[in-house]
Design a protein around this ligand. Structure first.
Ligand SMILES: C[S@@+](CC[C@H](N)C(=O)[O-])C[C@H]1O[C@@H](n2cnc3c(N)ncnc32)[C@H](O)[C@@H]1O
Length: 316
């Protein structure tokens, strides 16, 4: 290993040991992982390269993805504390309209580790993306949530969502007339609808595959304690780091591409200074006003859009 790299790794390790609020490693995930002590991480939340030929990755096969993951995941398991969590967010490997769900490959590896248990397979659904012609357009990805051991941390109260019918009451029995739902809200379930980061999103950076801060925030709030250590070995623009800092956790991350690494550095600093613009987790999904012109079908008889068009036509 060249001297420069040894020095960089030593510096990184010292910062990690000092429990800095965040430590970012400009290099290979595996190198970072090998430098971390066993049982030192509370939660890993990451989205690895899918090997489908994005700007930051080589287009390779599912077999390559599996080979790479075998090594990475065994290190992730080693660095995770007992009772800690590992959340792997993946989509599909697509080749000539043939899709392979990458979570199948991840689970095949994870299920072989002793003491590692799958708790949820969360579907992350979103509204925007490419329009497919030869198959249905993809509008979801998945997050596999594993725990190391059975005595794991899970804070449901910090991630509850509003009840659908908060005013609903028991209609009979001892508690008749009392509110039947939990006043803190309901369990968010394993189906999460959170807008993805498209070109108009407030969080958009130069990274082509950012996930939204809100997605990481729900994981971090639910699966790690305040001041706990959160890891993202493929941090890209640093979204997991940003979410960890905003919610008072410490963060460790790595990224090989310097242009994304610099974005992550800037975003983490902005999060620390509470200057980062992001879409709050609690913000409801935008529903277009049905009275607006763009929300109406112009070909329907008596539509508002058609009336406006007729009026404009008559003016001229
Ligand atoms: C799917 S993106 C992650 C995006 C991130 N979740 C965000 O919100 O910006 C995967 C990232 O992993 C980086 N990467 C690929 N191979 C890597 C490796 N071996 N070590 C560290 N980073 C790597 C890529 O450059 C890319 O930025």
């Amino acid at each position: 290993m060249p001297n420069k790299r040894i020095k960089r790794n030593e510096r990184f390790y010292k910062q990690f040991q000092k429990s800095r609020k965040y430590v970012l490693y400009p290099g290979e995930a595996l190198e970072l992982l090998k430098s971390l002590p066993s049982n030192s991480i509370d939660l890993t939340f990451t989205s690895p390269p899918y090997c489908i030929g994005k700007e930051y990755e080589k287009e390779t096969s599912v077999e390559e993805f599996e080979k790479f993951h075998q090594e990475i995941l065994s290190e992730i398991v080693r660095v995770t504390k007992d009772g800690g969590s590992i959340c792997w967010q993946v989509g599909y490997h697509v080749n000539d309209s043939i899709v392979f769900p990458l979570d199948y490959a991840v689970h095949a590896i994870m299920s072989k580790f002793e003491g590692i248990f799958l708790r949820n397979r969360i579907v992350w659904a979103y509204g925007h993306g490419l329009h497919c012609i030869r198959r249905f357009s993809g509008r979801h990805e998945v997050i596999l949530w594993y725990t190391k051991g059975s005595n794991y941390y899970f804070n449901l109260d910090d991630v509850r969502v509003p009840q659908k019918y908060p005013g609903k009451t028991f209609y009979k029995g001892k508690r008749k007339g009392q509110f039947s739902g939990n006043p803190l809200g309901k369990n968010p379930s394993d189906m999460w609808e959170i807008p993805n980061v498209n070109a108009n999103h407030i969080e958009k950076t130069i990274h082509p595959c950012q996930f939204p801060v809100a997605l990481a925030q729900r994981m971090i709030r639910g699966l790690s304690r305040k001041r706990g250590r959160v890891l993202d070995p493929f941090m890209g623009s640093g979204t997991t780091g940003v979410a960890a800092i905003l919610d008072g956790r410490r963060f460790v991350g790595s990224e090989t591409k310097m242009k994304y690494f610099r974005v992550a550095e800037t975003r983490c600093l902005h999060a620390l200074r509470k200057q980062l613009k992001h879409r709050p987790l609690e913000k409801p999904i935008y529903q277009p006003d049905p009275k607006t012109r763009v929300a109406q079908n112009p070909f329907l008889k008596n539509s508002y859009a058609l009336k406006i068009e007729k009026r404009d036509f008559q003016k001229h």
